[in-house]
Design a protein around this ligand. Sequence first.
Ligand code: ZN
Length: 472
Amino acid sequence: MQPTRHHADYAWLPSGFVHDVDFATDASTGGGATLQSVHVDAPRAATASLGRIVVPGMPNLHSHAFQRAMAGLAERRAPQQAEDSFWSWREVMYAFAGRIGPDDLRAIAAQLYVEMLEAGYTQACEFHYLHHQPDGRPYDDPAAMSLALVEAAREAGIGLTLLPTLYMTGGFDGRPLSERQRRFGHDVDGYLRLLERLRTIDEPALNVGIALHSLRAVPPDAMRAVLAAIDAIPASPRQRTVARMPVHIHIAEQIGEVQDCLAIRNARPVEWLLDHAPVDARWCLVHATHLSDDETRRLAASRAVAGLCPTTEANLGDGLFPLRAYLDADGVLGIGSDSHISVSPVEELRWLEYGQRLVTRHRNISASTATPSSGETLYARALAGGAAAAGGALAAFAPGHRADFVVLDDASPLLAGRTPQQFVDTWLFAGNANLVRDVMVGGEWVVRERRHRDAERIARRYRDVVERLARG
Ligand code: ZN
């Protein structure tokens, strides 16, 4: 079959915006098309125009899809609580999670993925621990909840890195899971069986990795056993194209977690992990929020991805990541919307920068002499780190990468009079209007003129489900 050709007036290549770029994509269907060639200074005559300003789609490296339906429900002071914290939010989340079944999860996730696409995310990394029935018994099909996410991603047309999550204990002391955590749990064998099942699914835009919930939820011997087993698990032909499954973990979100780790394992969480696991570029350390100077340098040198979720971390009162020191050490980072209190790469990157400005009382913290634009520095780093965390050839306009395009609305007044060097800074820092006009994933248009192709039906089903869940 003939390749499909597309033209962009300005496309964002690793070197910055380039004028008159021609793309050829292969003819794969179902969201699996890849770029065959990228030519610059191409005459525009013979090819379909994508638009004037085209950027790569952003991977969202950390998502708990079900939490989208409870966004906004934990913004009131709990009655008996002296002060609210991550841990009181978690109680609200557990109560909500207890009511969600596979069909509900599919409806919520599909709505979330539509919102992600309309905001410019083209890949979701789903850190998935809602495995079993509320009483802890597996569903008739133990993969039912995982498959609900696969179906939701297929419906919405977003790429999915599914990260089934191992969750075994309720604390560093090895205590058993609480009643509300029971539906999250697996032993190592049960977990590996789930992984084997999911690795054989052959979907154009699906990749399966693993997640260890946290150091407090996975004992060291179980971590070692899973890491020793995963590379021998057979995979479907498409999943085999990813060299190594990504490995994600929640690492140091809360001070309480750092203190418990110090008390029981005699080391801080990131320090402990770097000392006891082969942490390298396949790893994504989500919420590497609380880092010592030494951990910051060592994490950067490991080439693992620091998974940052600024709007959730702000909402939960987690703390601030040492961004400048980490960038000085050339660390890899990416962004995720995690609890989905906000679903927008613009807002994640903006708050990543603004948090630092507020605390340092300086401006343009992510920029440097070599990369003077804050917006371009943040967007470029989040693309690269997000692609690594998602484990695929994604998020770059280069041959062999998935054909994902995000087209900005150049007719927006916000972009008037802007040079190409100012496009991304303006997009990320100016105003609240969403500038994403069209989105293509794997060669298929999923958003046109700001609207997802199936937005209405998916929103209607979501409303029905959430209204029923709200009634209890
Ligand atoms: Zn999380």
